[in-house]
Design a protein around this ligand. Sequence first.
Ligand code: GTP
Length: 342
Amino acid sequence: MEAIILAGGFGTRLRPFTFTRAKSLLPILNEPMISHLIRTLPKKVDTVILAVNYRREQIEEYFNKHDFGKTIIVNEEPEPLGTGGAVKYADQYITGPFFTLNADIICSLNLAEMLRFHEKKKATATISLWPIENVSEFGVVDIKKDGNITKFVEKPKAEDAPSDLINAGAYLLEPQVLNYIEPGKLVSMEKQIFPQIINNTGRFFGYKFQGHWIDVGRISSYISVHALLLEKQKKTFATGEQCTIQGTLKSSCAGNMVRIGKNTTVESSILFDQVTVGDNVSLDHCVIGEHCEIGDGSVLRNVAIGDNEIIEKHTKLDNAVVWNQPIPQGYPNKQIGNVIGE
Ligand code: GTP
C-alpha cells in the first residue's frame, strides 16, 4: 500500500527557517518533522511517495540515509502543483487505496484504524477530522451520524455551524479519485476535488479521532508542538549531543553543539544546531537558526532568527524576525499553499 506525503510547499509562514531548508525537515525535538509522521504509518504501507518540489535535494539526502524500512520514492513536480496536482503527479505509483498526508501535521491519529473505518464504509474518500472551538475561523464539515460528509461550510457563524470538525490533513483515497484531477495543473485537493467527490459519489466520509493535533504551519505552532511533545515525554527540556548548558532551559529544545552561558534563561524556545547564547540572556518564545550567536545580556521575546545571524550584546527585541541575507531566488513573497481550515 502507498502513502503520498505532501512535502513540496515553500512553508512561507515559517520563514526565515524555510529560506534555507524544506519545511518538512525542520527539527521537532531534534528530528525532522517528517520523520515523526512516517513513524505513524501502518505496517501495511510499504511504499512512501514523497511529493516534493522546493528543496528536493535536502529531502532526498535525508531519505538516502533513513528509509524507515520502506520503499521511498522521491517524486519531484516540475513546479508546485498544489495538494491535488501533486497527488495526480504520483498516479503511476498507485496500486490501490492510498493515504495522502500533509507533512506538517503532528497528531495522534491512528492510520490503521482510519483504514479499517474506510474499508467498513466502502468510502471513495475518507478524511481525518479534528474538533476546534473557534468554528468561525475555519471550514467545517456537515456530517451525518454515520460519518458521511455532505458538504464543507467555510467560516460559519458559531450558531450556524453544522459541526465543530475540520479537515485534519490526512486522507485515504480510492484510486478513482485520481480521475477527478486534471494532470499538470495547479489543483487544490481540498477546494476543487473534495467537493466533486462529495457530489458525484456520495461516499465521502469523515474519521474523527482524539488526543492531539497540531498543524505546524506557523512559528507559534512550531513552538507549541515542542511544548506538547515535551510534556508527553514528561521532560522540561531536550538537548542534542555535545551541548554545554550553564543556564536554564524550560519547555525548550536545543540541537547539537549548542552552548548556553551563565545566568541565561531559555523558555519556550527552540535552538537549532550550533547556536551559541551568551551570559545573562533571556529568550522567551524564540526560534534561533543554525550557527547563530546571541550576545551577552540580550533580551529576546517572540523572535525568529534565521540561520547564521549574529545578535550583538545587550540587544532587546520583541516580536521580530531577523534575516539579513538575500532571500533565495524563486521563493514566493506570499503564501501560495492552501492552509488547512482557512
Ligand atoms: P505556507 O506557505 O506557509 O502556507 O506553507 P505550505 O507551502 O507548506 O502550504 P500548506 O501548509 O498549505 O501545505 C500543506 C502541506 O501540503 C504541506 O505539507 C506542504 O508541503 C504541502 N504542499 C503544499 N503545496 C504543495 C505543492 O504544490 N506540492 C506539493 N508536493 N506539496 C505541497
